[in-house]
Design a protein around this ligand. Structure first.
Ligand SMILES: O=C(O)CCC(=O)C(=O)O
Length: 255
């Protein structure tokens, strides 16, 4: 890692010591779950902003990324309010990223998703779809932030421990990636929890069978040499840019 990256990551507070359990979970299972990351006031503001953006953007929601039938998606939250800033630059999440990447990385995107009644089921997938001649190099780390309580009933994501250590994509080796998997773990948790995972790990959303609200954020990070999902040099607004410090600009790769 370059000296400059080290300095900026330290400035962002991405030097929190991870517990032995967390390191074990990340290395062996490919993910870790942290509770109580978001306090009550912050949650309330996130919920308010989520619903406000959905109301405001209407049919244009998530055109910067992709739309999904029976799930509400919001894209490019980096440029949609200050409440999201503490998400993509969160010191603990960045510390975990630093451990998993073990090299230079940047923000790829910050999006939101809410599976609606009867919708949300996804085949098991890895977020990195490209061939991996450089396996086991990590290209992507993702974080799923629970804005509402998540349960097996309202479509919590599932994840298959250890699959970050497999070079294959699930669609290449599973007879039916949409089927339930014997090893799957459901990320059922109270609102305010965050799951951070090596995004080569096989995972996917499940069906919201009750219609109970299940808003989540997806904070995605990528190897610094790869292309961001949402190119911040293209999307960054003057307003966002004006409030960023140099380390945050480096993290968004817009310096
Ligand atoms: O929101 C979720 O439950 C997971 C979504 C996901 O994995 C994806 O959209 O790629």
């Amino acid at each position: 890692m370059s000296n400059k990256s080290e300095i900026y990551l330290d400035a962002l507070g991405a030097n929190i010591s991870l517990s032995p359990q967390m390191i074990h979970d990340l290395d062996v299972q490919g993910f870790t779950v942290i509770h109580n990351v978001i306090d009550a006031d912050w949650l309330a503001e996130m919920r308010r902003m989520f619903d406000m953006i959905v109301e405001k953007e209407g049919d244009l929601l998530a055109i910067e990324h992709h739309q999904e039938e029976k799930a509400t998606r919001i894209a490019n939250l980096i440029n949609k309010g200050t409440v999201w800033e503490k998400v993509w630059s969160h010191p603990l999440v960045l510390s975990v990223c630093r451990h998993i990447f073990n090299g230079e990385f940047k923000v790829s995107s910050l999006n939101a998703r809410e599976a609606l009644m009867g919708g949300g089921h996804q085949p098991l997938h890895a977020d990195w779809k490209q061939p991996r001649p450089d396996f086991p190099k990590v290209h992507l780390v993702n974080s799923i932030w629970a804005i509402d309580d998540l349960s097996a009933e309202n479509g919590a994501p599932r994840i298959i421990p250890g699959t970050h250590n497999r070079p294959e994509l699930p669609e290449d080796v599973l007879a039916d990636p949409s089927a339930s998997h014997p090893d799957e773990i459901i990320f059922a948790c109270p609102a305010g929890s965050v799951m951070i995972y090596n995004a080569h790990t096989w995972h996917g959303g499940t069906t919201n069978r009750t219609g109970a609200r299940r808003r989540v954020l997806h904070g995605l990070y990528i190897d610094r040499a790869d292309l961001q999902q949402q190119d911040q040099r293209k999307w960054l607004t003057h307003e966002t840019n004006s409030r960023l410090n140099p380390a945050q600009k480096w993290l968004l790769d817009v310096e």
